[in-house]
Design a protein. Structure first.
Length: 109
């Protein structure tokens, strides 16, 4: 994919359904710790922590120490960059399909 490293990291992080669920839960709750998230998932706290590491690496969450745990919150900027990339690619495909339609219509006339 030639969307750039940051966009690739976002799509890679979002490719996993557990990570999508974790991200959604953090957003819904306004923030959460790995322990809080693991309580609602059929995976260990360590597995949740690994998923949070991938999400943090993609810039989708930000962790801040809160006592003995790290509290995560959603950081939406990378998602916006991915949406911008999808919009650009979608516009390119719309243009290509319109050109193809013009060519096929012209050939029939």
């Amino acid at each position: 994919m030639s969307g750039g490293g940051d966009v690739d990291a976002v799509f890679g992080a979002l490719a996993d359904p557990t990570r999508r669920h974790v991200l959604g839960e953090i957003g819904r709750r306004g923030g959460a710790t790995a322990t809080e998230l693991a309580a609602d998932l059929p995976v260990t706290r360590q597995a949740v922590a690994k998923h949070l590491g991938v999400l943090a690496g993609a810039g989708l969450v930000d962790g801040r120490r809160a006592g003995r745990e790290t509290r995560y919150r959603v950081t939406p900027a990378p998602m916006g960059e991915a949406i911008d990339w999808m919009t650009r690619v979608g516009a390119q495909w719309d243009e290509r399909l319109a050109r193809l339609q013009r060519l096929t219509t012209r050939d029939r006339a």
